[in-house]
Ligand binder design. Sequence first.
Ligand code: ARG
Length: 428
Amino acid sequence: MNKVVLAYSGGLDTSVAVAWLREQYGAEVVTLTVDLGGGSIREGVERRAMAAGASKAYVVDARETFVSQYVWRALQANAVYQGAYPLATALARPLLAQLLVEVAQKEGADAVAHGCTGKGNDQVRFDVAVHALDPGLEVIAPMRVGMGLTREQSIDYANARGIELPITKASPYSIDVNLWGRSCETGVLEDPWVTPPDDAYAWTVAPSDAPAPVELVIGFEGGIPVSIDGERLGSVALVQRLHDLGGAHGVGRIDHVEDRLVGIKSREIYEAPAAVILHTAHKALEGLVLSKEQLRFNRLVADELAQIIYDGLWFSALSRDLRTYAMSSQRVVSGDVRMRLDHGRAVVVGRRSPLSLYDKNLATYDEGDAFDHASAVGFIEIFGLPLRVEAARHGAVGKHHGAAWTWTEPLLADLPTTVAEGAGAGAG
Ligand code: ARG
């Protein structure tokens, strides 16, 4: 082993990993730190990497790419894992893996390394993505192959080698952040019955402490948000704005028991103010401009793509094809959604689009109704035809042919019923 490129956060574990990799493999260690927003990058990270023994420290600002190439793809597809998790960490992994591979190729390294444990999803995502992009690279996860030190052992290990320790206080949780979301797990959260303590949250105020509700208008073009209250914003700035505003209104707290891909159920606390606001708004706009068949089919794609992203299969052919489908389905998803941020909730209060399929003249119960009520009769005749045939052949209410498939039992005789009789009763 000559050279290893290590995904480096600047925390204790990856700082120790720099020294561990050098000692264990006798290899030169190059670090890669990627800024994905949300406070994912720590002050002085290159200096710490060098102090820990790295020969070179790359720092890449990938915020724009992350939002426009990964986050927007997931948003356009409504990809949310198990209906709860907006996939922040999962979306970032393929991007990090690609950058690791590119740095490794540029540096002529034989391996890449990451600080994931052997129990989570992230190791799978890194390994699978790296090997999809460059099967010749070895992937080393020090935590999985013997480095596994307790916090105290890591501190001793670092002190013995003069490695600088992060100044940040040790968190009782395992945390991952990027602009799209923050995840928090382990510690007291491992009991799914325990109410998340206040210190599990860092981005959002408690909904009960939120200020008076505010309304904002989010403008979309082709399924991508482009403006807030008429002001056009770049991708990163737009997400950042909603992150700040949503957080201040307690929006985006998610408490979820999640099925990891290694077969474990795990309790996760997420904060994703921008993701919650944007997914809610995006779905509302789709409801206005897409057909019911598109909406139904898109839900299948959303679930499938969420699973693929969660499982680290971003670079698979199916992933690419579903993303391409989702993008294409967004041609007409342009317009505005008015949202109210109200004590932890992001509520849709209005939507409009020049491409809207909503027709007031068809929907109205007031004057101006253009819907042909008489033609409803013929429609229902045809629409209900198969059901009438089925009922006639297989039995309807109260008919017992002794056949096993007659399943509808009479109800009226068993329900408390009163009957009022008027003058006309029994007449005729
Ligand atoms: N459960 C989430 C996922 O699998 C979050 C993982 C966060 N990673 C971490 N090292 N804390 O995507």
